[in-house]
Design a protein around this ligand. Sequence first.
Ligand SMILES: [Mg+2]
Length: 282
Amino acid sequence: MSLPAALEPHPRTDAGASALASLLADPQQTMLAFDFDGTLAPIVDDPQRAHASARSVDALERIAPCVGKLAVVTGRPVEAAVRLGGFADRDGLSRMTILGQYGTERWDADTGESSVPPPPESVALVRAAIPELLAELGIEGARLEDKGHAVVVHTRGLADPASAQQQMSEPLAELARRHGLAAEHGRYVIEIRDSSIDKGAALRSLVAETGTRTIVYAGDDLGDLPAYAALTAMREAGEAEVMLIAVASEEQRALMPRADLVVHGPDELSEWLERLAEVLGC
Ligand SMILES: [Mg+2]
């Protein structure tokens, strides 16, 4: 099949190229879904300042009226994703849905309303125990982020963030297990939460709800692997055409072998989205 030269680089897999052709042929049957941090938003030292790339949001605002659904599927609470993305201020993004905390929370742009269930007490108990645990390990300066449904320990900004993450890995896993939770690793973060909720299940239910037949998903980190797995399974079952984009970085390359298209960092994703907006004529 021939894809527009303007959209290079093209997907390196036949399945990805087929999904992209389907997107171009029938964008109204397509969902474009994105992770937030490291995908739409460049990684910065302070996660409270990780704003979405303006170029990507501009491109999404152009694309939005042409496609069936735009989604952001993130580990962040929806409040933070809406604020850092500036999504509520964009009239053009009325077809956007944000699934926050891996699908626990939801925000829809058309209504502006959020659904945020109360957090489990187990997370608060873990949160309360972490400072003493880090002190016992002799780790100073790690940043704690309380997300309600999860607590995140950030080592970015420490002198040796990788070894600090390694050192706290097993003690945090043990603490999480005692409370029926799991400790999951990301780019210089360990996040403790209920691991039965993941981006794969979140995406599956949104696909079922919207009835979209073609799905493009972009992510950068280990938390995106369940999304990759769910969409790959849907593709193999013939339920959907799927194109997986890996936003590669020096810190994390786990998604690359599974991706149909690899871009290097959020800026290259912005450029690709701008080209897609051009080709769609949006
Ligand atoms: Mg990410």
